[in-house]
Design a protein around this ligand. Structure first.
Ligand code: SF4
Ligand code: SF4
Length: 441
């Protein structure tokens, strides 16, 4: 009988961590649906970016209020969870405050955790206020209706509850320590929960133990639920921000990748001795020519798909986007959200059928319209603003390439310009021979 709590704890831990790993494997499988892209270069600069952008949150603080609040919540939440290690050991072995043997260091740790928990709570309340009372514009764009809005709030409530449980657990523990209850050794410093403890004055040992154990269980179960909630939420960025910044694009902004398929075509045209059937080898094997650009998520590369899972839906990109500011339909945040939603849909399709079965849908038109794509000025403001090195522009460009090269569906202005380049070698509707006519005036 006495081992029942330990057994229940181990079952909850294995189930919680196991389900999380299962879902993370799905995320990795989905990201691998993207096309190959080599980002193994320049490791030093990549690690530096992880240290500065993901760990140091250097781009977050460009907007100081939200940046500093985010750092407090992020660092506080991570550090407090070191304490989860103690909870896990206690839960498995039935011990209580196993690290108490650290003495003064333990007091320092628990005291720091409490202060951080309080700061996280305050930070989260301020975040909630900005979203729901002050109603910052970027949290109320059309793409933020429904689940994205609720998701943003749910995680805030989660953190409020977890921090409260942590402090209530400590406050009741402190009372039990004062009463000299069996099992509750005197350990730890409680700079915050000492102010909550008086709420429990006069309670019996049994009632206090009920509160302490209740808060302890709810706290650890809440953390396991939180862990698994990440998969269904934009908060996957807590984990993916690190690989995403590592694999970010290091080229100067504005430098576009050439499409390999187009480069090969041009090389063939320039080389009269080339064998048109010799390259690329992959195409030959599949027996069909490579597609130009992207109409669905599987035409994008794996870094673009990783980008979509990493998007925090913060809306900094959209708030800087000149197209969005001037009332166009384009929102770079929506581009990332749509890409992720479609990728999840494709992943679910594979889970259901064993391999992808055509569902008659694609990213283009069913999620992202040509109107949105052509509203982009390619200014890179969204890329510059993103705190986790995401490039909505690279997806926009690849989808435009598909529209132009596969569908011949560029807007008429662009078609005119392209015809002019083809016929006149310049974007204007004049013959090359007339170029210098202006000097005769
Ligand atoms: S590159 Fe396009 S999507 Fe990004 S900010 Fe500029 S106009 Fe908006
Ligand atoms: S792409 Fe970047 S800036 Fe835009 S919403 Fe996502 S995380 Fe925020």
């Amino acid at each position: 009988m006495q081992y029942i709590p330990n057994i229940l704890f181990i079952i909850a831990l294995v189930a919680g961590v196991g389900y999380f790993i299962k879902n993370i494997r799905k995320v990795i499988r989905n990201i691998r649906l993207g096309k190959e892209l080599d980002r193994s270069d320049n490791k030093k600069e990549r690690f530096k970016n992880v240290a500065m952008i993901a760990l140091g949150q250097s781009k977050m603080v460009r907007r100081p209020i939200s940046g500093i609040l985010h750092i407090v919540v992020y660092v506080g939440f991570l550090i407090i969870n070191i304490e989860v290690l103690e909870i896990i050991i206690d839960g498995i072995f039935g011990t209580h405050r196993i690290f108490a043997f650290l003495g003064g260091a333990y007091d320092f740790l628990i005291g720091s955790f409490e202060i951080l928990a309080f700061l996280v709570f305050v930070g989260v309340v301020l975040f909630w206020t900005r979203r729901n009372l002050i109603k910052l514009k970027r949290f109320w764009n059309p793409e933020m209706k429904g689940w994205p809005k609720n998701d943003g709030n749910i995680i805030l409530y989660f953190e409020m509850v977890l921090m409260t449980l942590f402090l209530v657990m400590n406050a009741s523990d402190l009372q039990l320590q004062e009463l000299g209850a069996d099992h509750y050794i005197k350990a730890g410093a409680y700079p915050i929960s000492q102010f909550i403890a008086p709420l429990f004055d006069g309670m019996s040992e049994t009632s206090l133990m009920f509160i302490e154990r209740g808060a302890w269980w709810l706290h650890i179960l809440g953390i396991l639920v939180f862990l698994n909630y990440l998969y269904f939420s934009k908060h996957l960025h807590i984990l993916l921000a690190f690989p995403n910044t590592y694999y970010g694009d290091l080229k100067p902004k504005g430098e576009l990748d050439n499409l390999e398929a187009v480069t090969n075509e041009v090389k063939l045209m320039m080389d009269p001795t080339a064998d048109p059937f010799a390259a690329p080898a992959d195409d030959q094997a599949e027996g069909e020519p490579e597609k130009f650009g992207a109409s669905d998520v599987t035409d994008l590369n794996w870094v673009q798909l990783l980008n979509s899972y990493t998007c925090t839906e913060c809306g900094r990109c959209t708030s800087e986007c000149p197209a969005n500011q001037t009332g166009k339909k384009l929102s770079p945040r929506k581009i990332m959200m749509d890409t992720r939603d479609r990728l999840k849909e494709v992943g679910d399709n594979i889970d259901k059928n064993g391999s992808f079965v055509d569902d008659g849908k694609q990213l283009l038109n069913d999620y992202i319209t040509p109107e949105e794509l052509w509203a982009c000025t390619s200014c890179n403001a969204c890329v510059e603003a993103c705190p986790v090195s995401i490039s909505p522009l690279s997806i926009i460009i690849d989808m435009r390439r598909y529209l132009v090269m596969e569908e011949s569906a560029a807007p008429s202005d662009l078609n005119n310009m392209m015809s002019n380049i083809e016929n006149n070698g310049a974007p204007w509707p004049f013959n090359q021979m007339d170029r210098l006519n202006w000097s005769n005036e």
